[in-house]
Design a protein around this ligand. Structure first.
Ligand SMILES: *[C@@H]1O[C@H](CO)[C@@H](O)[C@H](O)[C@H]1NC(C)=O
Ligand SMILES: *[C@@H]1O[C@H](CO)[C@@H](O)[C@H](O)[C@H]1NC(C)=O
Ligand SMILES: *[C@@H]1O[C@H](CO)[C@@H](O)[C@H](O)[C@H]1NC(C)=O
Ligand SMILES: *[C@@H]1O[C@H](CO)[C@@H](O)[C@H](O)[C@H]1NC(C)=O
Ligand SMILES: *[C@@H]1O[C@H](CO)[C@@H](O)[C@H](O)[C@H]1NC(C)=O
Length: 368
């Protein structure tokens, strides 16, 4: 009922019906399957944001990740819908008693955090065209996506936890797979690095609005939004050894980087740059992402300390090399035992032609 009241959902359904978008519905149970998961690692004609690992068994994982960071870095919001057992995730992942659950973290201007978790009995994902909508049943957490992925909304309506709110995302930049734009259609590789680590980036950059109430604490801001998903048939540390991932907005540019060390030690990169929504670069080549300052050893080592910052070089045909420095403003989460870090920070850089921009970024370092 709650979903049916969403004005955005009604608009999306109207468009989907008018376009006769293909529809599929997957019910991911909170009770993991004892069988094999079907893992999709090649794109279809539609369904970019659909479940890719069905059913979830005792080692597979599939998640839908959303974030927003404000331009002044005062606020950030990360919210993830997970379909996985603790076995499918990394060390120290608690067993929450269901294979479908959600987690959110908000950073406030004074550097403090609000955190929230929920579990569902099942996660029902409806895919219309390329966009998906998910209902984490019995939690009040859901998301809605349009068939062309231009609009997304995350909705939390949880009176028992006293959390209510919405995040809306209006995409500025086209969706992509690891090495190709989504417009390349069916038959594209969906794995980044190792053969079993899937990634699809439905919303690389969005104008996002957050409007939440956490038991009387209002969190309302706008900023750069982002949405993607990752998945794999066996546990996260068995399909990827390490990554540097992040997204940034600076001046007219939106940048997404994903630099991965595969289980065999090989390095892989996905470089994505748009300028006012027009794609400048989409390639699994011609980008380097390196830590700077303290603990900047390459490749990143499990148990390594917190890197001081990052430098990203991305070659853009016709424009030269984009050089960006990323400096931390705030660490959002850290688990040195895993090793995992997530931060917000400011970015500055340009193409070396005298024009420099600065802006905001949200980014991670993982090493298993
Ligand atoms: C889950 O499914 C994947 C893919 O079929 C398989 O490789 C893996 O062994 C399965 N895990 C378990 C615990 O059965
Ligand atoms: C909300 O805040 C009130 C007042 O501080 C507190 O009594 C109550 O337990 C909180 N509710 C939840 C669900 O945290
Ligand atoms: C990488 O850059 C070189 C020029 O330095 C260019 O010729 C090549 O096409 C680029 N590769 C990709 C995949 O974009
Ligand atoms: C980051 O932002 C702060 C506050 O806006 C500013 O003082 C600082 O110079 C910025 N640093 C970079 C590298 O842009
Ligand atoms: C960021 O931009 C502001 C305003 O354009 C400028 O004053 C400042 O020097 C920039 N900071 C960096 C680190 O480039």
């Amino acid at each position: 009922m709650r979903l049916l009241l969403s004005a955005l959902l009604l608009r999306i359904l109207a468009v989907a019906i008018a376009l006769q978008s293909p529809v599929s519905i997957d019910t991911l149970s909170g009770v993991p399957s004892s069988g094999q998961s079907q893992v999709q690692l090649t794109s279809g004609a539609y369904g970019l944001d659909a479940p890719k690992t069905v059913p979830i068994n005792g080692s597979s994982f599939d998640w839908w990740y959303f974030d927003v960071v404000s331009p002044d870095l005062d606020y950030s919001f990360v919210l993830v819908f997970f379909a996985a057992t603790s076995n499918g995730m990394w060390a120290n992942t608690p067993d929450v008693g269901s294979a479908v659950y959600g987690s959110l973290g908000v950073s406030l201007p004074d550097g403090s955090f609000i955190e929230g978790d929920t579990v569902g009995s099942e996660l029902v994902v409806t895919t219309l065209g390329d966009g998906s909508s998910g209902d984490l049943v019995q939690s009040g957490w859901s998301w809605v996506g349009s068939p062309d992925m231009s609009l997304y909304e995350v909705i939390v309506d949880s009176p028992s936890a006293a959390i209510q709110g919405t995040i809306t995302f209006e995409s500025t930049s086209p969706a992509h797979y690891p090495c190709e734009l989504a417009s390349a259609g069916a038959g594209q590789s969906l794995h980044l690095g190792g053969p079993d680590f899937g990634w699809a980036n439905a919303v690389p950059d969005a104008n996002a609005q957050v409007d939440f109430n956490f038991n009387g604490t209002k969190v309302k801001f706008s900023g750069a939004g982002y949405h993607d998903k990752n998945w794999g048939g066996s546990s996260v540390p068995s399909v990827v050894k390490a990554w540097y991932w992040g997204h940034a907005r600076l001046g007219p540019l939106a940048v997404v980087w994903f630099n991965v060390i595969a289980p065999d030690g090989s390095e892989h990169v996905s470089s994505y740059v748009t300028r006012q929504g027009q794609v400048l670069t989409m390639a699994c080549a011609n980008m380097t992402v390196r830590a700077t300052g303290a603990n900047s050893e390459w490749p990143p080592v499990h148990g390594g300390g917190e890197p001081g910052g990052f430098h990203i070089s991305a070659f853009v045909e016709g424009s030269g090399t984009l050089e960006i420095d990323v400096v931390h403003k705030l660490r959002l989460s850290a688990d040195p035992a895993v090793t995992m870090y997530r931060w917000i920070g400011n970015v500055s850089g340009g193409f070396g032609n005298g024009i420099k921009w600065n802006g905001s970024a949200l980014y991670e370092a993982f090493a298993f």
